[in-house]
Design a protein around this ligand. Sequence first.
Ligand code: NAD
Length: 255
Amino acid sequence: MVNISLKDKVVIVTGAAQGIGRAIALKMAEAECKGLIVNDLRIDDHARSLAKEAESYGTEVLLIQGDMCKEKDVQKLIDSAITKWGRLDIMVNNAGIAKANDLFTTCGEDWDLVITVNLRSVFLGMKYSAEYMKTHGGGCIINMSSIAGITGGNTSPDYGASKAGILALTKYGAKLLAKYGIRVNALAPGTINTDMIKRNFENLDDEAREKRLTAIPMGRMGTPEEVANVALFFASDLSSFITGDSLMITGGRNT
Ligand SMILES: NC(=O)c1ccc[n+]([C@@H]2O[C@H](COP(=O)([O-])OP(=O)(O)OC[C@H]3O[C@@H](n4cnc5c(N)ncnc54)[C@H](O)[C@@H]3O)[C@@H](O)[C@H]2O)c1
């Protein structure tokens, strides 16, 4: 019998009030992690209901509001885990945004915002979690990239660039941190059914929407839980010899 258990582990998931982050947080609780920090820009009823569900697996939950672009807010998450549980084992840098632009409608401000939210937040999350993990027996860092980071994406230029940067940061971190027992891997989902994709699809006409779906060989969007399953694999000892890697969760789409 294969049993994936995160017993005694403490996990942080950023941008976890909804969507993929929420599914990852719940999956970690389902694997019976000891402590879970759920972070988001706002802590609302969605986050509170997530905490209740996670607690039903026996996991202790802290809901912490914070902007992952801000150094102090990231540090606060790490400090909170250590103060409450005396450890941090798994850091999931999931928070991210997308703008429905193309090359010609993207302005400098949009570019800066997307790059900052998506890339700076992962850099800060990796830096401050590794700073603790390297002197406390290691850990796991999971960064949220995207198929757009591999293919360049098909919409806004900033999104694919930020997600490609995350793949580079993941490889960099893996090489630097392996000697401390820290593994760093990335998730590269395709089209996953969340509010982000709903907002994105609202800006497409029927033909473009159809084209996006038929580009997926499996003929459907993925679910947040299908991404969370891979996050659990990366967080667990089943992936103990994997670092600096990424896994596409795309239903076969590779363009
Ligand atoms: N949905 C997809 O198809 C898809 C595909 C590939 C990658 N991704 C990536 O997965 C991650 C989650 O996406 P999602 O689809 O669940 O999106 P979502 O919009 O449903 O959820 C993202 C969450 O991140 C939070 N967030 C945004 N900026 C933040 C910040 N600065 N600090 C803290 N929290 C912040 C938001 O409030 C929101 O709750 C993102 O990094 C996204 O780029 C999504």
